[in-house]
Design a protein around this ligand. Structure first.
Ligand SMILES: O=c1ccn([C@@H]2O[C@H](COP(=O)(O)O)[C@@H](O)[C@H]2O)c(=O)[nH]1
Ligand SMILES: O=P(O)(O)OP(=O)(O)O
Ligand SMILES: [Mg+2]
Length: 212
């Protein structure tokens, strides 16, 4: 799977290095949580690369200079519960002013279909660019549903940021929401018969919250 106009694979060495430890089954809950957060920060840096800038006048100790600031674009992060929660603090490290909405979805074990159980989005989401967060894009069902829910509130734009994607999920999501840019750190081989990503890292929510 290659980068294209909709899908961005972040192969930065720091991200890839941390991802190896994240995949390791011997990585414990505390370290796993820290790694998810650190990777989210690094991915946030890339995913905000297109934020528009505007010129301002700044008094340096030497003279007046024309410098750049972000041109008033407001962001909202929307983690898909539970696993997406692990990415929020890392994102807020770089954009502390972002608002945070939450969408609660779990996958039905038999059908693999997402089941919605919670939904709270910022009231001014129409003025915001949204980044939906979930470490894992497997069948794509959760991301597709979460983005459909967010779209009903008419944000300015939506991006989806995950750490590991399966080819099946990338295809499904990019076809269902061609207007949504997708950022991931790795595209793995395939899904197993239970809808888990191979080689993957297991169940991200369970590993973040220690509920294995
Ligand atoms: O290897 C995996 C696969 C899935 N998850 C969790 O499931 C959803 C995504 O699954 P979809 O099939 O794309 O709906 C995601 O929220 C993860 O929490 C996982 O942890 N590990
Ligand atoms: O998508 P699931 O079912 O794995 O949910 P959670 O993120 O709560 O583990
Ligand atoms: Mg889970």
């Amino acid at each position: 799977m290659e980068n294209n106009e909709q899908i961005f694979i972040m192969n930065h060495p720091l991200i890839q290095h941390k991802l190896s430890f994240l995949r390791d089954k011997n990585t414990g809950t505390k370290e796993f949580r820290e790694l998810v957060s650190e990777i989210a920060t690094l991915m946030c840096y890339e995913a905000t690369r297109d934020l528009p800038l505007m010129d301002v006048q700044t008094e340096t100790p030497m003279c007046t200079a024309t410098t750049k600031v972000i041109a008033g674009r407001k962001l909202a992060f929307v983690p898909i519960l539970r696993a997406g929660l692990g990415m929020v603090d890392g994102m807020l490290q770089l954009v502390p002013s972002a608002k945070v909405g939450h969408i609660g979805l779990y996958r039905d074990h038999d059908t693999l279909q997402p089941v919605e159980y919670y939904n709270k989005l910022p009231s001014d989401i129409e003025e915001r660019d949204v980044i939906v967060l979930d470490p894992m894009l497997a069948t794509g069902g959760s991301a597709m549903d979460a983005i459909t829910i967010v779209k009903r509130s008419r944000p300015r734009s939506i991006k989806f940021l995950c750490i590991i994607a399966a080819p099946e999920g990338l295809k499904a999501l990019s076809e269902a929401h061609p207007d949504v840019h997708i950022y991931c750190a790795a595209v793995d081989e395939k899904l197993n018969e239970h809808g888990y990503i191979l080689p993957g890292l297991g169940d991200a929510g369970d590993r973040i919250f220690g509920t294995m």
